[in-house]
Design a binder for this molecule. Sequence first.
Ligand SMILES: C[S@@+](CC[C@H](N)C(=O)[O-])C[C@H]1O[C@@H](n2cnc3c(N)ncnc32)[C@H](O)[C@@H]1O
Length: 251
Amino acid sequence: MVKPWDDDNLEGPASFIGMTDEPRRGGSFFGRRKGKPLRLGQRQAVETVLPKLLVDLSKPAPIRLSELFENSVDAVRLEIGFGGGEHLLHAARTNPATGFIGVEPFESGLAKAVTAIGREAIRNVRLYDQDAVLLLDWLPPASIARIDLLFPDPWPKKRHWKRRFVNQANLDRIARCLVAEGTLRLATDVESYAEWVCEEVVKHPRTIVVGDSGEPWSDWPGTRYEAKAARAGRGARYITVALRANDTPSN
Ligand SMILES: C[S@@+](CC[C@H](N)C(=O)[O-])C[C@H]1O[C@@H](n2cnc3c(N)ncnc32)[C@H](O)[C@@H]1O
C-alpha cells in the first residue's frame, strides 16, 4: 500500500493513487482522502448517518461545547486522525457521559466509523472530515478535556519532518483548546517522532511532557495502526502532554 509519508515526490494529497481532491496547502493534512470504493452499507451510512454527525464549521461554535451532543455530556474529548475509529468508538462506548469529536479526512476510515455509529446507535460522537487544524481553530478556548493523537502520519524522512502534525503552531492550537487540567495523548511507533514531540513540547511555552512510556495507558483498546506496527516488530512510545501549571487559556 502506498503511504503518504513514503512518497518522495509528494507535493500535496493529489499526488496519491485514488486521489480526486484538490491539494490543500498550508494546513496539516497531506494524506489520501480516498482509497478503495466503499461497500454498499458504508456508502448508505455515509449518505444517511454522516450528515447528522458532522460538525458544521460554517456556524459559530456553541459557547458550551456540550450542546453539540443530543445526549447530556459533562466533558468533551477530541481524537485527531482516528483511522478506522477503533479507539474513538471504544472510548465513546465506555464513557457515555463524555462527548467525543473524531476527525478523519480519509473516507474509508470515516465510513467504517460512521457505519458502526449508525449500527450501534452511539449518541455521544460527532465527526469532522477535514484537516483537524480547521476544527481546532473553530473550537472555543478551554473546551476540550483530552486530545488523542494516536500514531499520526510519521513522516520519517528528515526533509518531511515539517509536515508532522506536532509543531509549534499546532501546539498553540492544542493549548488554546485544552481545559486547564486537560491532556494531549500521543502514541507513535517512530522513535524520531517521539523525540521530535518531546523537543517541540519542551520548546513550547505552555506545554510539558508528564508521561513517556513504552507501555500504553491503562484504558487502552489498541489501534489498527499500532497492531500493524507490532506485527512488523515495532514497539511504540506513549506520551502524555499537559499544560504548564498556572497556564491561563487565551482567546
Ligand atoms: C497512521 S494513521 C493512524 C490512524 C489511527 N489513529 C490508528 O492508530 O490506527 C494517521 C491518520 O491521521 C489522519 N490525518 C493525517 N493528517 C491529519 C490532519 N491534519 N487532520 C486529521 N487527520 C489527519 C490520516 O488520514 C490517517 O488516517
